[in-house]
Each structure stands twice: as C-alpha cells, then as structure tokens.
Design a protein around this ligand. Structure first.
Ligand code: C2E
Ligand code: MG
Ligand code: MG
Ligand code: MG
Length: 278
C-alpha cells in the first residue's frame, strides 16, 4: 500500500529535473537505435507559390515512432535529441534521406524543386557538418539551389560569428538559407543584414490570426517589408484557411505552407498538382 501511495504521489508530481533527465535519456537512446535500424521516416510538406499555385518545393519533416509504435511529436523528440547529443545522428539521417529523395524527384520530375531541411544550432556548429553535407549533395548530384537549410534565430544568436562563417560556406556550396519561425527569436536586424539569408519563414503564430487580428496583420506586413529590404523571399507557415491565404497574398507574401495547401505526407503521397488559390 505504501509503495502504491508513493508511486501514485510521484506520478502526480510535476516532472522533476531527474525525471526529465531520464526521459531525455530514454528518448535519446530510442532515437539512436531508430537511426541505426533505419526506422526514422521523413514526411514532405509542399511549399506553394502564392502567385500561381505551383508547388515549388517541399519541407522535410522528421517522423519517429517509439518502441511501442506510438508516434512521438518532433517538438518532443527534437529538443530531447538536442539535449542528449543524438541530434547529430538524427540530423545526418534526415539529410541523407532528404537528399536521396531529392535526387529521385529530380530524376522523375526534372530539376527545380527545392528540398528544405531543418538544421539545429548544434548541428550547424558541428565541425563535420559542412563536409558531411557536401558529400551528400555530391552523391545525390543535386543542382545548386536545390537544397535549402532551415535554421532558427537561436543558431545565429548563440554564435553570430560562427553562424556567418558556416552560412557563407553553405551559400558557396550552393545551398539556400531560410530563417525559420521568424519573429519568435531575439536576433537583431543588424545581425540579419550581414547574413546570406535567402528566405524568411513567417512564424505560424502570426499567420494563425493574420485574417482576424489587425495587429497580426500589421506584423506580417512588417516582416514582408523586412524580408524585402534584406532581399529575401517570404514563406508563410501554418496556413489553414482560405481567408489567411487571401490576406497573405494581399500583403505580398511569396510562398505558402500549411494544412490548407497540403499536409506533410510520405514521399509517394505528396500532391504536386497546381493549387487553385482564387
Ligand atoms: P518547423 O520547421 O517550423 O516545421 C513546421 C511545423 O508546422 C511542422 O510540424 C508541420 O507539420 C507543422 N505545420 C505545417 N502546416 C501546418 C498548419 O497548417 N497548421 C499547424 N498547426 N501546423 C502546421 P512538425 O512536423 O511537428 O515539426 C515541428 C518542429 O520540429 C519543426 O518546426 C522543426 O522545428 C522541428 N523538426 C522537424 N523535423 C526536424 C528535423 O529533421 N530536424 C530538426 N532539427 N528539426 C526538425
Ligand atoms: Mg522548418
Ligand atoms: Mg517553422
Ligand atoms: Mg516551428
């Protein structure tokens, strides 16, 4: 009885640091095993040109089921992978799968489709990252500007000089660079102006209310102008309704991504059809 009481008490406590640490370790081990056994999957979500409805590329999004075959959300396992160091294995695996898939699609549909891959700050600053990526891009014989690396403001703030060096090298090897979740971090415009950024992704939190809240609308408008000043293309994330799409087009946003335009899907199920946006 005492044991049962203690167990139930423990179960109802808020997670304590030790529990979090153990949970991270379990996730980290599971992820490493998944990479070794090639059980990680990648889904692809279409990026749609808001001018003509064409799919101009996809974003690769990692998918993982735990040992009981339950899907674990990336927002749970990616941070755990970052804290345990498993992210370098996971990141390399996603890049391997995505570049292979990109080669496949280039053979099937011709060149010109962008493959966007998320890269964590830790991966970006890893000394082997650039060489590893170069090898994959070479193996897949990817054309220049086919691969797009999505980074967050965190990667820039944590090491501005290192970020500049790495991003410049990426640009040189023909990768595009996208700044993900823009507006949620703390990077300064002064830093951004000095970086080779091709794409700014407007965070979902602004897009969520762009059609209902004048403040969101004004903020998205401001981001589109900042992007234009930096010479960057804009992608709006998280479009779920036609009314959001309408406002985003009005504000001059270039590209859209979201459930309304296409959910993330397995490679074979990606819908390449031109979207009707009117
Ligand atoms: P992200 O890079 O900002 O990716 C966009 C997320 O929004 C994805 O969540 C996508 O499924 C979701 N999404 C797309 N359209 C909509 C929409 O209309 N409504 C809503 N509510 N959500 C939408 P997902 O796949 O769960 O990934 C979450 C985050 O995990 C990603 O955010 C990214 O930061 C990270 N992540 C995923 N895969 C990888 C990876 O391979 N490497 C790294 N480093 N991070 C990854
Ligand atoms: Mg992303
Ligand atoms: Mg994002
Ligand atoms: Mg995000």
């Amino acid at each position: 009885v005492v044991v049962a009481l203690v167990a139930s008490w423990l179960a109802h406590q808020r997670p304590q640091p030790l529990e979090l640490l153990i949970r991270d370790m379990v996730l980290g081990r599971g992820l490493r095993a998944a990479v070794r056994h090639r059980r990680l999957r990648v889904h692809y979500q279409p990026l749609v040109d808001l001018a003509d409805g064409r799919v101009i590329g996809v974003e690769a999004l990692c998918r993982w089921n735990d040992s009981r075959q339950r899907p674990v959300a990336p927002d749970v396992f990616i941070p755990a992978a970052e804290r345990t160091g498993a992210i370098s294995m996971v990141g390399r695996e996603v890049l391997r799968i995505a570049t292979e898939q990109s080669e496949q699609w280039a053979n099937d549909h011709g060149d010109g489709m962008t493959m966007s891959v998320n890269v964590s700050p830790l991966e970006l600053s890893h000394p082997d990252f650039l060489d590893g990526l170069k090898a994959l891009v070479g193996e897949a014989k990817l054309r220049r500007y086919t691969l797009c690396v999505e980074i967050t403001e965190t990667a820039i703030i944590s090491d501005p000089h290192g970020a500049l060096v790495t991003l410049s090298a990426l640009r040189e090897m023909g990768a595009l660079i996208a700044l993900d979740d823009f507006g949620t971090g703390h990077s300064s415009l002064a830093y951004l102006a000095g970086l080779p950024i091709d794409i700014i992704k407007i965070d979902q939190s602004f897009v969520a209310t762009v059609d209902t809240d004048p403040t969101s609308r004004a903020l998205v408008n401001a981001v589109v102008r900042i992007a234009s000043a930096l010479g960057a293309t804009t992608i709006a994330e998280g479009i779920e309704r036609p009314s959001q799409l309408r406002v985003l087009k009005e504000l001059g946003c270039d590209i859209g991504q979201g459930y309304f335009l296409g959910r993330p899907a397995e490679a074979a199920d990606v819908n390449w059809a031109v979207r009707t946006l009117a």
